[in-house]
Ligand binder design. Structure first.
Ligand code: SAM
Length: 295
């Protein structure tokens, strides 16, 4: 397969190309024909983890030199890689798994190569976030990719608070040892009734999925019903305005209903929250009919 070289302004005419390669997130059969072809003809692969990419190359029967390029050496590696590209070598950039730059290193090299006028081209393929979204059944015409939340609880909750009003579907990466804590914080901050979808070990032998409210997912995690091994991507529904309005209304209505008749409490709650009166009245009837959280 011919790989067209188009010199960019500022780049030497014979400059090479940087191929940004997505690699499997589990199933090695997800390697594309194009990825195999390009790997077979480049002079070097810049890999986040040379051992892991080496295993992939061996499974494909391809021998090509590897150089490491990870979060801690990306900056210092760039001059050498740019020099090779300028000299006409074609290189592949690969992360451990999935698409480079998506919660993975690579962004700096790509930026500097572009800046130098080098041709940068994607070899598109697996990405855990997109794979999880594609099977979650949640709206994905627009979505918010959050990646990893902060590991400390206070910072995690503060970030979730900022995401609480986002109407688009949310996508998170989470390490297995923080999964339960993250789910509990999500339940607390985003609300227990929010729908969520937990994708585990996508494309691997033990791929599994759990879809339910955050409350149910938390209960399942606490009961050990979610296998606490492997890799997880979490898709959470965006804020449904009505649901949020109802929660706010209920909180405002509870003390008002202790002192006032239903209709009057509803009118006051509607003007305090800015919610429609009809909705406030409906919630007032529901709250009156149901025991409060403290009773
Ligand atoms: N660049 C990668 C991509 O495009 O998917 C993501 C790299 S990020 C460092 C790794 C995280 O992606 C994991 O902690 C997990 O949250 C998610 N992930 C990777 N592989 C996965 C899989 N097979 N199933 C579910 N989630 C996965």
């Amino acid at each position: 397969m011919a790989v067209a070289k188009v010199a960019r302004p500022g780049a030497p005419v014979e400059a090479g190309a940087l191929f940004v390669a997505a690699t499997p997130i589990g199933n090695l059969d997800d390697v594309s024909t194009r990825l195999k072809t390009v790997l077979g003809r480049v002079s070097c692969v810049a890999a986040e983890d040379t051992r892991r990419t080496g295993t992939l190359l061996r499974s494909l029967g391809i021998r090509v030199p590897l150089v490491s390029l990870h979060a801690h050496n990306e900056r210092s590696r760039i001059p050498e890689l740019l020099a090779r590209l300028r000299a006409g070598e074609d290189l592949v950039l690969a992360s451990d798994a999935g698409t480079p730059g998506i919660s993975d290193p690579g962004m700096r090299l790509v930026g500097e190569a572009r800046h130098a006028g080098i041709r940068v081209t994607p070899l598109p393929g697996p990405c855990a976030a997109v794979a999880a979204l594609s099977v979650a059944g949640f709206p994905a015409d627009r979505f918010h990719f959050e990646g990893f939340l902060p590991s400390r609880q206070a910072a995690r909750r503060a970030r979730l608070k900022q995401l609480e009003a986002v109407p688009e579907t949310l996508v998170f990466y989470e390490a297995v040892h923080r999964l339960t804590a993250a789910l509990e914080d999500m339940q607390e901050v985003l609300g227990s009734e929010r729908m969520a979808f937990l994708a585990r070990e996508l494309t691997k032998v033990h791929e599994s999925a759990y879809g339910d409210t955050l409350a149910e997912l938390c209960a399942a995690a606490a009961a050990g019903a979610i296998v606490a091994r492997g890799e997880f991507t979490l898709v959470v529904a965006g804020r449904v305005p009505q649901e949020q309005d109802e929660r706010t209304l209920d909180a405002v209505l509870r003390p008002l209903l202790e002192e006032l008749p239903t209709r009057q409490a509803a009118r006051l709650a509607a003007s305090i929250t800015g919610c429609p009166r009809r909705l406030a009245y409906g919630r007032a009837l529901a709250v009156r009919a149901s025991p409060g959280p403290d009773s």
